[in-house]
Structure formats: structure tokens, C-alpha cells
Design a protein. Structure first.
Length: 139
């Protein structure tokens, strides 16, 4: 069995944002040479997420609205976490909802996903450099 590891780095200029990272993950899979196995993609920060869904602008806007309704950023005083001097209590909750990672089967050297499925990086406390781990194992 082989394994391949790569870090993808992001610096989202706004507090929140969504980036389709499917092309970078597919490129990493090609670099690995692995034909059959598993591909793990996970956010390495507790205020960011990796998830799978459709790459459709309306849906991305719906996520933004829905997440802000579930865990609004302001007032920042609503979150006990922010008593530490931070203002990102909402970002931790948003990450919990959207998830930390995805695991995708690799079949014949390709990500084995549905026709509309794309891998996204979700940022909920941006404006600084963060990373995503891509770990592929198989043969």
C-alpha cells in the first residue's frame, strides 16, 4: 500500500467564504499515482470546514444565510468563547455544523463521487493563512 500527503493552503480575504477545491484534490490524486484506495480531505483549523455538495451559487448563498441564522457572528458577546478576547465563537459552531472532513473512494485513479458532488473548503474566520490536508492511501 502507498500513501501520499499534501497540504493545500488558503487565505480567504473575508471572514467567511467557500472555495471549490475539487481540482486541487484531483491534481493531488494524479500526483499520488494511486488507482484504488481512499482520499481523506480535512480542514486543519477549528474554524474551517471541508464538505461535499453542489457547486451552485444559490446554494452557496443559502449556506451563508442559513449558517448566519443558526450561529450569527454578532453580537459577539453572546458567545462565552469570545470572553477569551476572540470574536470567533460563531465560527467554531459553523465548523461543527458543516463538518471537519470528507472521505472519498478512489476508483481507477479518479475520485468516486456523484455527478454533481464537489469538494469545498468552508472558511468561517478568515483573513489569515490556513491549510487543508489531503491524504491518499491505496495502491
Amino acid at each position: 500500500m502507498k500513501s501520499h500527503r499534501k497540504e493545500l493552503w488558503f487565505n480567504i480575504p473575508n471572514r467567511r467564504g467557500f472555495v471549490n477545491i475539487t481540482p486541487q484534490v484531483e491534481s493531488t490524486l494524479r500526483e499520488s499515482g494511486i488507482q484504488e484506495g481512499l482520499c481523506l480531505v480535512n480542514a486543519m483549523h477549528i474554524t474551517a470546514s471541508v464538505y461535499i455538495n453542489d457547486d451552485e451559487q444559490g446554494l452557496l448563498q443559502d449556506y451563508e444565510t442559513w449558517l448566519e441564522n443558526v450561529a450569527p457572528h454578532e453580537p459577539v458577546s453572546r458567545y462565552k468563547h469570545n470572553r477569551t478576547g476572540e470574536d470567533n465563537g460563531d465560527a467554531h459552531l459553523k465548523r461543527q455544523i458543516m463538518g471537519r472532513e470528507v472521505l472519498v473512494a478512489v476508483t481507477e485513479g479518479r475520485l468516486d463521487v456523484g455527478p454533481w458532488e464537489q469538494i469545498f473548503y468552508g472558511e468561517f474566520d478568515g483573513r489569515r493563512r490556513k491549510r487543508v490536508l489531503v491524504k491518499i492511501i491505496g495502491e
